[in-house]
Design a protein around this ligand. Sequence first.
Ligand SMILES: [Mg+2]
Length: 278
Amino acid sequence: MQTIPSATINELIERYEALLFDAYGVLVHRDGPLPGAPELLARLNHLGKPFYLVTNSAARLPEHAAQRYQRFGLAIEPEQIISSGGLLKPYFAANKLQGSRCAILGPEDTFHFVSQAGALAVPPSEDFDVLVIGDQVGFPFLESMDDVLSRLISKFDRGESPPLILPNPDLIYPKASGFGMTCGSMAVVIESALRQRYPGRKDIHFVHLGKPETPLFEEAARRAGTRNLVMIGDQMDTDIRGACRFGIDSALVFGGVTELAFHAGPAQGWPTYQLASL
Ligand SMILES: [Mg+2]
């Protein structure tokens, strides 16, 4: 396995015009800040160094996410939070989905993202035009999955092909102890079930909006006014591959989801640096 050069956070601050951070596994875990994160953000603010949070979460509006991070002692403003939920609006506009009936699995703020995108929320038990899975919490899990599956099967039986949209494709995330299931896993279950029932159909797949797709990075570069950026993340499949696809450098933080030993190598996207700590 190829060795990855080590860097310190100070070297990254010197080398790049702005820093991009993943949230979970880098700055926070589910219940609080990770060691060194509050001090680092305070220092970046003191230095006037631009930084942005680039997160696959679609569970909180930026203003609510900022309030939560501020309670954790992280000095970050809503304008610095770029989340996959915010990608629903341009996606719905580009695909003429405004005004559609949208079944949503997620908490209240996912509904706000969909409303900002111009669609109408309907319960998953009713007929819908579009499905958005925004998060794994905020609804009765099994009942809602059953409703969505039943409705999708009746639609596919009629030959319909509703857009299936997944802002956050993460499968798992690190908790204070152990790991938790993320909503990307729900999409995998639905896709597997539908493919078993409709073998050969090519239209059974969720559209992924967040990392490793590039729209979040495009928005970060737009806000930062530069592509001289480094993405600091804990996941090879999302943070590091996304940065590689977008063509910016990246730094892998260990201790989150990634075990590098299981990853194939540079052909799939490889971090520019490893970062031992913040
Ligand atoms: Mg992470």
